[in-house]
Design a protein around this ligand. Structure first.
Ligand code: G3P
Ligand code: CA
Length: 251
């Protein structure tokens, strides 16, 4: 069955990569949550997409130049817009989470897709996952656009599944060959590259014995089509929409 992964949490409904967005993703029926990892100046794993605080918080500056204590002063809900032009999560105490906080709050039975944005995050992320129940349950994976990051993860923990993210337009076949040669369980192209008829891409991935995911699918008809063809899973900003769309298929 196709799995639904909440992209940066339920990021259309709450500020991306925050604890409320992850909790909402779970409440909306996501099978797993996806998050992005960077490393602070003092070596702490922080959950944020960009390499600066600028877009998503009320502060500026590169994550690598700020200590965790400084990053934690930022309002991670400041920039999320409401439908009426207000900022409903501003000044509500949302912080850029640490990876440890997300791991501590992850409910049993929910999967975790960890995207490495900064290569320096690989070793501490692998160590943090090593003793966590989500890894023992086979529900954790580590993914990246950076081949060296996922190769390093494989070297550190061959039992932690890894996935290769393709940039838009990147051909699938070489990526599948690379994944096989380096032991990566999955490849994740941009969903637009699967085309109107994803059957060929899904068949190729099967032939190589790799899982095929994709990013980011927010349109219910497209979700249903991909699921009907047997895609392994997709990330979405709207897991509530995804859960409803996939349920309708079984009704
Ligand atoms: O799941 C993959 C997807 O998250 C990659 O894109 O830019 O949202 O991290 P991005
Ligand atoms: Ca991501």
């Amino acid at each position: 069955m196709t799995i639904v992964v909440a992209h940066r949490g339920a990021s259309a409904r709450a500020p991306e990569n925050t604890l409320p967005a992850f909790a909402l993703g779970v409440a909306h029926g996501a099978d797993a949550i996806e998050l992005d990892l960077h490393v602070s100046a003092d070596g702490e794993l922080v959950v944020i997409h960009d390499d600066t605080l600028d877009r998503t918080t009320d502060m500026t500056g590169a994550v690598t130049s700020l200590a965790l204590a400084d990053i934690r002063r930022a309002d991670a809900g400041a920039m999320f817009p409401g439908a009426d032009g207000s900022f409903p999560f501003r000044d509500r105490g949302l912080r850029v989470p640490t990876f440890a906080e997300v791991l501590d709050s992850l409910p049993d039975g929910v999967g975790l897709v960890v995207e490495i944005k900064a290569r320096a995050a690989v070793a501490p992320a692998v160590e943090a996952l090593r003793s966590h129940p989500v890894r023992a349950a086979g529900r954790a994976s580590l993914i990246s656009f950076d081949e060296r990051a996922i190769d390093e993860s494989r070297a550190l923990d061959p039992d932690l599944p890894t996935g290769y993210l393709l940039v838009p337009g990147e051909p699938l076949e070489p990526a599948l060959r690379y994944a096989v040669e380096h032991g990566h369980a999955a490849v994740h192209p941009w969903e637009g590259d699967l085309g109107m008829d994803p059957a060929d891409a899904i068949a190729r991935a099967r032939a190589y014995g790799r899982e095929l995911g994709c990013y980011v699918v927010n349109e219910p008809g497209r979700m249903q089509l991909l699921a009907a063809y047997g895609l392994w899973g997709f990330v979405t900003d709207v897991p509530d929409v995804a859960r409803a769309a996939l349920s309708q298929m079984r009704a």
